[in-house]
Design a binder for this molecule. Structure first.
Ligand SMILES: [Zn+2]
Length: 264
């Protein structure tokens, strides 16, 4: 089994400043079958470029798994036309219905629509989230997750015995972490249930816009018990024992850094 972690990058403008946000994707190769967990930002082909660097094309991916239906995690799904795609039906339906409601709301009603779907948000959070929600609603396409015949819902159908889908709600309505069991050293791909190493075992919110703060903290506790290598949604892989990034990641390498184990 080989496991490769990639970042794709998105530039975010915050007032006069701009910063790069790194987004994790994880490739698992086992017996010549290629699994890709999370596909980067919607509208960007970077994920194909990083795969090309290790001589894979989008069409070589057999399975796509999504941690959750936010546009920086499922965005490249439709490039993987040969893949069977596994994602949460609950998370998909929530995001679809939410963004339809935003698209249909008059501009002045955006915050009310947000409040209906995110009952825990205070007025300030609703106001701040409204611009992002509008942007997401503009980009939303019902088939952005892939073609209907490619889609499998994790809640109904999970055929992989060496990958455990762990329900970790809170960051989004439903969210899954993927625990890779066959590796000598187990790996946990956490998406945004744990977005960075600094949030590990911290038991604090690491995002201001959690769907459900209590559920998020419970999911964090579940992740906090894991021992092995964690691949966060927006950070380098790290070892839970040493709490250090694993060795290969000390360089400025921007994508395509590889590690693995050779058990299989
Ligand atoms: Zn994210």
């Amino acid at each position: 089994m080989d496991i490769t972690h990639f970042f794709t990058y998105v530039q975010q403008n915050l007032g006069s400043e701009s910063q790069f946000i790194q987004i994790s994707s994880t490739l698992i190769q086992i017996n010549q079958v290629n699994f890709l967990i999370d596909t980067g930002l919607q509208g960007r082909t970077d994920i194909i470029y990083v795969l090309n660097k290790i001589r894979l094309s989008a069409l070589d991916i057999h399975y796509v798994l999504n941690t959750h239906i936010h546009p920086d995690h499922y965005g490249g799904n439709r490039y993987f036309q040969n893949a069977e795609i596994y994602l949460s039906e609950e998370d998909y339906l929530f995001q679809r219905d939410f963004l339809h409601a935003i698209a249909q709301a008059d501009l002045g009603q955006t915050e009310d629509a947000i409040k209906r779907f995110y009952p825990q948000f205070n007025p300030k959070q609703c106001l701040y989230f409204s611009r992002i929600a509008r942007e997401m609603a503009n980009l939303w396409e019902n088939d952005g997750i892939g073609n209907a015949e490619q889609i499998h819902y994790i809640e109904e159908d999970w055929p992989f015995d060496f990958i455990e889908a762990m329900a970790t709600p809170g960051h989004s309505f439903q969210h899954y972490c993927f625990k890779i069991l066959a590796a000598k050293n187990p790996f946990l791909v956490t998406g945004d249930a744990l977005s960075t190493k600094s949030a590990f075992q911290l038991n604090q919110l690491d995002f201001p816009y959690c769907y459900d703060a209590k559920a998020y903290l419970e999911s964090q506790q579940q992740i906090g018990k894991f021992q092995g290598i964690i691949i966060p949604g927006h950070d380098y892989p790290f070892d839970t024992k040493t709490r250090q990034y694993i060795d290969n990641y000390t360089t400025e390498e921007r994508s395509g850094v590889e590690f693995g184990d050779s058990e299989t």
